[in-house]
Design a protein around this ligand. Structure first.
Ligand code: HEM
Length: 404
């Protein structure tokens, strides 16, 4: 770092920043597009990259690794979950040939060919959740709708017994917590989830069915490319990867539509806009705020040299408001076309569950407003508090009154 580095008016990773990161994103794009931001969890900083083209360039450049072995020990906070999974390579913590080897097995089973079946599963889970709420009853949308849905759906898609959903939900919910006491328990939950997954895979081998977990096991056995523990970690990862992400996409989508009644009206009037609406929700709401990468060697980005072994945040949320990529980027328009958002990432690590997560949101958000057309927030908009989460924009609670 040099003395010439400018300081943004609102420092990244502070409570004010988490509440509204967009002015900081703009300042960074304009003044310091590659910025070493101090982090509250250690003596080091992370390099925030905020312009659309630079973010994409980082995500496709192999010198920015997904492997936490390149991370310094001060950043253990970011890697504690991966550490607890250690002993087996996983898709999101490997590069190059290892990544391709693991991903190809999952990709074979995880194709959009299953989308028609997924739609049925999602619609049924959505109806079940909506049926459990009466008009006029105050609920927290997060706990009553957004969080339960992804776990119900992934269990049904993989073929996990309904009776296990509650325990699985408790593990993955605890893993997404930003509370220090809960975070301290994360390695324990990860181990328990891993044990559970190991036992479930054994049960499926003994009694195969027509669901996704059996397909993944079959693909794995036929190709012989994965160790048993790699398979276990991959499957456990599915429970985690789609939980907090999908829940927050749903909640952030509902909030964006309540903030823009004209766009909500348009969506209700034209249900065929649901897919484009979810793309705009992915762009506008900053749900997948950032990814992390580690430099394997010194790399120059936009004229700034990032040394080797540093943590880099390609900030998707900042890229999504870059006016060189999106005209009037601060406007929420569900008809926006083209919409080259990177809300599911970009390059070889692009989200494997993107089609499933998109479909869940496409079904869940319009269905909520169809069932409760007069749904409203039960607090001031400014009272919605966002967790200090560095990679997902996550409202702590969204109190609403569902009304017919
Ligand atoms: C709205 C929901 C979701 C969002 C916003 C999201 C976002 C992302 C992003 C941004 C990445 C890229 C990570 C990187 O570049 O390092 C990613 C990767 C991944 N996602 Fe998702 N995701 C969602 C749901 C899901 C679901 C439902 C699943 C599966 C059940 C899933 C499985 C994965 C996996 C396995 C990867 C790693 C792929 C790889 O490294 O090759 N995600 N996701």
């Amino acid at each position: 770092m040099t003395d010439s580095i400018k300081i943004p008016p609102t420092r990244p990773m502070t409570p004010k920043y988490f509440q509204d990161p967009f002015p900081t994103y703009q300042w960074l794009r304009d003044n310091a597009p590659v910025y070493p931001a101090p982090v509250p969890y250690g003596p080091k900083h992370i390099w925030m990259v905020t312009r659309y083209n630079d973010v994409k360039a980082v995500l496709v450049d192999p010198r920015f690794s997904s492997d936490p072995k390149y991370a310094g020990p001060a950043l253990k906070m970011f890697t504690e979950m991966l550490d607890a999974f250690s002993g087996a390579a996983s898709m999101n913590s490997t590069d190059g040939a290892d990544h391709e080897r693991i991903r190809s097995v999952a990709a074979r089973a995880f194709t959009t060919r299953s989308a028609a079946r997924w739609r049925e599963v999602i619609a049924s889970a959505v109806e079940q959740l909506l049926d459990s709420h009466a008009s006029g009853e105050r609920i927290d949308l997060m706990m009553s709708y957004a969080y339960p849905l992804p776990i119900m759906v992934i269990c049904e898609v993989l073929g996990i017994p309904t009776a296990d959903q509650g325990q699985l939900g408790r593990w993955v919910h605890a893993m997404s917590s930003t509370e220090p006491a809960e975070r301290a328990n994360v390695p324990v939950y990860v181990r328990e989830l891993r044990e559970y997954t190991r036992a479930t895979i054994a049960a499926k081998r003994a009694a195969p069915d027509d669901r996704l977990l059996t397909s993944i096991i079959t693909a794995c056995d036929e190709e012989g490319q994965l160790t048993h523990e790699e398979l276990v970690v991959m499957v456990a990862g599915f429970f985690v990867a789609g939980y907090d992400t999908t829940a927050n996409l749903i909640a952030n989508g509902v909030l964006a539509l309540l903030d823009h009644p004209d766009q909500l009206g348009l969506l209700i009037e034209h249900p065929d806009l649901a897919s484009a609406a979810v793309d705009e929700i992915l762009r506008y709401t900053d749900t997948a705020t950032s990814q992390w990468r580690w430099t394997t060697e010194a790399v120059e980005v936009a004229g700034v040299t990032i040394p080797a072994g540093e943590t880099v945040f390609p900030v998707l949320g900042a890229a999504h408001r870059d006016p060189t990529a999106f005209p009037s980027p601060n406007e929420f328009r569900i008809t926006r076309r083209p919409n080259a958002h990177i809300g599911f990432g970009y390059g070889v690590h692009r989200c494997l569950g993107a089609a499933l997560a998109k479909l869940e949101t496409e079904v869940a958000v319009p269905a909520l407003f169809r069932r409760f057309p007069a749904l409203r927030l039960d607090c001031e908009r400014s009272e919605i508090w966002y967790k200090p989460a560095m990679i997902i924009r996550s409202p702590a609670a969204v109190p609403v009154i569902p009304l017919h």
